[in-house]
Write a protein that binds this ligand. Structure first.
Ligand SMILES: C[S@@+](CC[C@H](N)C(=O)[O-])C[C@H]1O[C@@H](n2cnc3c(N)ncnc32)[C@H](O)[C@@H]1O
Length: 259
C-alpha cells in the first residue's frame, strides 16, 4: 500500500468519490426489506402515502421505492455527488424539485410532511449533542402534527464488535478502494477511511475520511424529550425488527410522532 502521508493524494469531501461506488459498497443491505419495515410502521400509525422527506437520502435507493409507492417525495443530502447518483434512479419529472443539497443541522422547512425518514446511521454524522439536537429539531419542524419521524443509529456495540479494526479492499469498475475502519472507545467515534486508486495503478490518488459519533439510546431519548419536546417516542426497535432495541443491538430504529 502507498504511504498514506503522500502529498500527492487529494483529500476529497465525504462521499465525493465514494458516491461512485456507494451502491456497490452497500450491496449487502436489503433496502427492499428496509422499505417494507418502514412502510409497515407507517401503516401501523395510519400514515397513508402522502408527502415524504428523506434526510440524508444518499443515492436515493429508499426514495425511489417510496416514489414508486405513490409518495410525493423530497430528498436532501449534504453531498451533491450522492444526489447526482439519486437523480439517475428517479423518473425525470420529479428529480429537479425533489433533490436538494442541504445540511440536516441547518435544514430549512420544506413543508409539513406526513413522514420524515433519516436512515442508515446518517444521524451519526452529527458530531455532538448540539448538532444532534439541531438535526432532530429540524426534522420535526418539517413534520405535520401527527406525522412520523423514523431514523436509526448505529450503536457503540456494533462499532466495538464489528468495526473496531476493520479492513477491506475492493474493485469497482476502474476504481480500487481500500476501506480502513477504526473505533475509538474513548470518545465513541467511528472513523472510516477510503484510499482510492484508479485504472489499475498502485498509486493512491484520493482519500476520504468519514468520522461518525455513536450515541447511547438514553442520550437520543433525552435530546428528543428534554431538549426538543413536542413529540412522543412510539417505538425503539432493533435491526429491522419489532423487537425492543437495546445497547446490545447493532442498529436501533426510533419511531417518533410529532404532537
Ligand atoms: C451512510 S450514507 C446513508 C445514505 C442513505 N440514507 C442510505 O440509506 O443509503 C450517509 C449519508 O448522509 C449524508 N450526510 C452526512 N452528513 C450530512 C449532513 N450533515 N446533512 C445531510 N446529509 C448528510 C451523506 O452525504 C450520505 O449520503
Amino acid at each position: 500500500m502507498q504511504n498514506h502521508r503522500d502529498q500527492s493524494i487529494e483529500e476529497v469531501d465525504k462521499y465525493h468519490i465514494v458516491a461512485t461506488f456507494y451502491d456497490y459498497l452497500m450491496r449487502h443491505v436489503n433496502y427492499q426489506r428496509w422499505f417494507k419495515f418502514v412502510s409497515v410502521i407507517l401503516r401501523k400509525h395510519r400514515i397513508k402515502p402522502g408527502r415524504l422527506l428523506e434526510v440524508a437520502c444518499g443515492t436515493g435507493t429508499m426514495l425511489t421505492q417510496f416514489a414508486a409507492d405513490g409518495w410525493d417525495i423530497v430528498g436532501i443530502d449534504k453531498s451533491a455527488a450522492m444526489l447526482q447518483r439519486a437523480r439517475r434512479k428517479l423518473p425525470a419529472e420529479i428529480t429537479d424539485k425533489a433533490l436538494v443539497v442541504a445540511d440536516m443541522r441547518t435544514l430549512k422547512i420544506y413543508g409539513q410532511f406526513d413522514a420524515v425518514i433519516c436512515l442508515y446511521d446518517s444521524i451519526n454524522y452529527c458530531m455532538n449533542e448540539k448538532e444532534l439536537t439541531a438535526a432532530l429539531k429540524n426534522m420535526l419542524a418539517n413534520l405535520r402534527s401527527g406525522g412520523l419521524l423514523i431514523f436509526d443509529i448505529c450503536t457503540i456495540y456494533n462499532c466495538r464488535h464489528n468495526f473496531r479494526d476493520y479492513y477491506e479492499r475492493e474493485f469497482y469498475l476502474n476504481l480500487d478502494y481500500t476501506r480502513e475502519a477504526f473505533f475509538n472507545p474513548a470518545n465513541n467515534r467511528q472513523t472510516n477511511e477510503f484510499w482510492i486508486s484508479r485504472d489499475g495503478q498502485d498509486k493512491i490518488i484520493y482519500h476520504e475520511k468519514h468520522v461518525q459519533q455513536m450515541y447511547r439510546i438514553t442520550t437520543v431519548e433525552k435530546v428528543l424529550l428534554n431538549e426538543i419536546g413536542g413529540c412522543r417516542i412510539k417505538g425503539i426497535f432493533e435491526n429491522y425488527t419489532h423487537r425492543p432495541g437495546s445497547e446490545k443491538s447493532e442498529r436501533v430504529h426510533f419511531v417518533i410522532r410529532k404532537e
